[in-house]
Design a protein around this ligand. Structure first.
Ligand SMILES: O=C(O)C1=C[C@@H](OP(=O)(O)O)[C@@H](O)[C@H](O)C1
Ligand SMILES: C=C(OP(=O)(O)O)C(=O)O
Length: 447
C-alpha cells in the first residue's frame, strides 16, 4: 500500500536579510512530460535539469513499468530509451504515483489507448483526489475504468483495443485533463481535439511538437482549440528543463518579506501560462527585475532579482488563476503581511489539490492570528502589514508540500516562530528547499 513516511516537524523564525543566488530545481510539469514523451519516442531521449523530486521519480519508475529504460548518469543527466507510440507493455504490478496528480493523470492518458490494463494508486492525499475528470474523456476513446466511489484511486484502467479519436471540451481549467486527452490521442487514428475555455500551462503542446507530433492551436470564440494528429512517430530529443517558477515563488516571496533582502533567482521559466504570480506581485508593489530574458529548452526564461518591498493587498483577476494556480498558498501567506486586503476569486480548483488549499491556508492563517474569509471559490486575506502577523502556531499541512513551504516562509517574518506538523512532502517538488533557504540566510529547523 502506498504510504507516506514519518512526519517531519519543521519550524521557521525571524532572522537577518536574505542574500545570494537561489538556484531552484527543474520545472516539475516539464520534468514529468520529458520522461513520458521520452518513453513514447523511438531512440534515446536525454534530459538535463530534471527535477529529482519524489513526484517525478515516481513517474520515472512508472515509465520503467510500462517498458521504457530510464537511467540516471553520475552527472545527474537522465536518459530514456523509449518504446514508441503504442508500444507500452502491460505493467506487472500496481503503478504507485505517490503524491502526484500530474503523474497519475498523464500516465492514465498515455496508456488508455493501448490494449493493456493498469492499476493505479497513490498516497493518502492522492487517493482522495478526483480521477473522473480524466477517466470521463478517456472513456470516449474506448477505455474503461473501475475505481473507488467518486472516481478515487486505487483505479484500474483498461485501455481501448481499437481507440477512436475524440473532440473534448475541458469542463474545468486543467492542464492535467487537457494533457491526458492529448496523450491518449497519440495512439488514436485521426485528429484528437481539446477545446479549453481558459488557457492552461501549455508544456504538453510545446513538447509534443518538439518530439515531432503535429499539434495546432487555434483561438476560437469557445477558447483555444488544440488539434493533435494521431499516431505520429515521436523521435527522441535532448530536453533542457528550465527552473520551476512554482518553486522560485518561495524564495522570491521570502525575499520580498524579509527586510533588507536582495536575491537573484536565475533561469526561471517565464512561460506566460505560468507567470501569473509575478504579475500579481508587481501589482502589489514588489521590486522584481527580469534580467537576461532568453529562451532555454523551448521556454522563455529570465533571471529574477528580488529585493525586500512594501506590499499592498490587491484583487487578483480571476482570469489569472490558471497561470498561478499552484502559487496561491504562498501568495496567501505573503498577503497576510501586506497592507490592506487581498481578494483571490475563481480559485475553486484549489479545493482538489494535494489538500483543500483554500481551507488549509484559511485554518493555518487563522491559527497565526490572521483574519481570512472564504467561500467555495474565494479566499480573502486581511493583511496585517509587514510586522503584524503574530505567528506562534503549529499548522497542519495535510500531506501538501505547498502548504508546508508557505507557512515556513511566513514564519520568517511573523512575530513568533511558525511550525508545520509535517514538512516531509516538500521533497515531492522541492527536495533542496531547506538547504537553499538556509544558504540565503533563513532560519528553518527540524524539531
Ligand atoms: O499539468 C501539470 O503539470 C499541472 C497542472 C496543474 O493541475 P490541474 O491540471 O489540476 O490544474 C497544477 O496544479 C499541477 O501542479 C501541475
Ligand atoms: C497541484 C500540484 O501537483 P499535482 O497536481 O501534480 O499533485 C502542485 O504541485 O501544487
Amino acid at each position: 500500500m502506498s504510504g507516506h513516511g514519518s512526519p517531519i516537524r519543521m519550524t521557521s523564525r525571524k532572522g537577518g536579510p536574505l542574500s545570494g543566488r537561489a538556484e531552484v530545481p527543474g520545472d516539475k510539469s516539464i520534468s514529468h512530460r520529458a520522461l513520458i514523451l521520452g518513453a513514447l519516442s523511438v531512440g534515446q531521449t536525454q534530459i538535463s535539469g530534471l527535477l529529482e523530486g519524489q513526484d517525478v521519480l515516481d513517474t520515472a519508475k512508472a515509465m520503467r513499468a510500462f517498458g521504457a529504460t530510464v537511467t540516471r548518469t553520475d552527472e545527474g543527466e537522465w536518459t530514456v530509451e523509449g518504446v514508441g507510440v503504442g508500444g507500452f507493455a502491460e505493467p506487472a504490478d500496481v503503478i504507485d504515483c505517490g503524491n502526484s496528480g500530474t503523474g497519475v493523470r498523464l500516465i492514465m492518458g498515455c496508456m488508455a489507448t493501448s490494449p493493456i490494463t493498469a492499476t493505479f494508486t497513490g498516497d493518502a492525499s492522492l487517493r482522495k483526489r478526483p480521477m473522473g475528470r480524466v477517466t470521463d474523456p478517456l472513456s470516449l476513446f474506448g477505455a474503461r475504468s473501475y475505481g473507488r466511489a467518486g472516481g478515487r484511486l486505487p483505479m484500474t484502467v483498461i485501455g481501448a483495443a481499437e481507440p477512436v479519436p475524440v473532440t473534448y471540451t475541458t469542463p474545468m481549467a486543467s492542464a492535467q485533463v487537457k494533457s491526458a486527452v492529448l496523450l491518449a490521442g497519440l495512439n488514436a487514428p485521426g485528429q484528437t481535439v481539446v477545446i479549453e475555455k481558459t488557457p492552461t500551462r501549455d508544456h504538453t503542446e510545446r513538447m509534443l511538437r518538439g518530439f515531432g507530433a503535429e499539434v495546432t492551436v487555434e483561438a476560437t470564440p469557445e477558447g483555444n482549440r488544440i488539434t493533435l494528429t494521431g499516431q505520429p512517430e515521436l523521435k527522441a530529443q535532448k530536453v533542457a528543463v528550465p527552473r520551476d517558477p512554482s518553486s522560485a515563488a518561495f524564495p522570491v516571496c521570502a525575499a520580498l518579506l524579509v527586510p533588507g533582502s536582495d536575491i537573484l533567482v536565475p533561469g526561471v521559466s517565464q512561460n506566460p501560462t505560468r507567470n501569473g504570480l509575478f504579475l500579481t506581485l508587481r501589482e502589489m508593489g514588489a521590486d522584481i527585475e527580469f534580467l537576461n530574458e532568453r529562451e532555454e529548452g523551448g521556454e522563455p526564461v529570465a533571471d529574477l532579482r528580488v529585493r525586500h518591498s512594501a506590499l499592498t493587498g490587491i484583487e487578483v483577476p480571476p482570469e489569472r488563476a490558471a497561470s498561478q494556480i499552484d502559487e496561491y498558498p504562498v501568495l496567501a501567506a505573503l498577503a497576510a503581511c501586506a497592507t490592506g486586503t487581498t481578494v483571490m476569486r475563481g480559485v475553486h480548483e484549489l479545493r482538489v489539490k494535494e489538500s483543500d488549499r483554500i481551507a488549509a491556508m484559511a485554518r493555518g492563517l487563522e491559527a497565526c492570528g490572521v483574519r481570512v474569509e472564504e467561500d467555495d471559490d474565494t479566499l480573502i486575506v486581511h493583511g496585517l502589514g509587514a510586522d503584524g502577523v503574530p505567528g506562534g502556531a503549529t499548522v497542519a499541512t495535510h500531506i501538501d508540500h505547498r502548504i508546508a513551504m508557505s507557512f515556513l516562509i511566513l514564519g520568517l517574518v511573523s512575530q513568533q516562530p511558525i511550525s508545520v506538523d509535517d514538512g516531509s512532502p516538500i521533497a515531492t517538488s522541492f527536495p533542496v528547499f531547506e538547504d537553499l533557504m538556509r544558504q540565503l540566510g533563513a532560519t528553518i529547523t527540524r524539531d
